[in-house]
Design a protein around this ligand. Structure first.
Ligand code: IDP
Ligand code: MG
Length: 133
């Protein structure tokens, strides 16, 4: 049993597809263990995307998410981390596997509808940031 952190990003929230996205995880045998809607501060986002600090897209990424409605969830299940990454699809919606969330709903590399933790360390760290701080 694993836990991972999933974010439904603002581009998907404004499309009114929160329910559709959650259903996809549920239909794949995963469980919503915790959930909240949050408009994050710059501080939370900079912590969350710490590994990308200094990259050319970093500031734009943070500004595009700051103070906008995001659904944060702890998703659990067997191999939840890799399962979620597969269900989400590649970062670039144009390269995302057919039927993945980013293939179905993503707008661009930046506005790609969802986030899923990359590994067990990231998952623990990110769950702390969004649910325990
Ligand atoms: P991931 O979300 O698939 O793990 P990362 O490489 O960790 O992808 O990047 C984090 C987030 O930063 C992406 O989901 C996307 O929103 C944004 N991002 C990544 N690369 C670019 C880029 O080249 N331009 C704009 N935004 C990007
Ligand atoms: Mg990542």
């Amino acid at each position: 049993m694993e836990r991972t952190l999933v974010l439904i990003k603002p581009d998907a929230v404004v499309k009114n597809i929160i329910g559709k996205i959650i259903s996809i995880y549920e239909e794949n045998g995963l469980y919503v263990e915790n959930l909240k809607m949050i408009s994050p501060t710059r501080k939370i986002l900079e912590e969350h995307y710490e590994e990308h600090k200094g990259k050319p897209f970093f500031q734009e990424l943070i500004s595009s998410l700051k103070d906008r409605s995001i659904v944060a969830m702890v998703i659990s299940g067997e191999e939840a981390i890799s399962k979620v990454r597969k269900i989400n699809g590649a970062t670039d919606p144009l390269k995302a596997e057919k039927g993945s969330i980013r293939n179905l709903y993503g707008i661009s590399v930046r506005q790609n509808s969802v986030h899923g933790s990359s590994d067990i360390h990231a998952a623990k760290r990110e769950i702390k940031i969004w649910f325990e701080s």
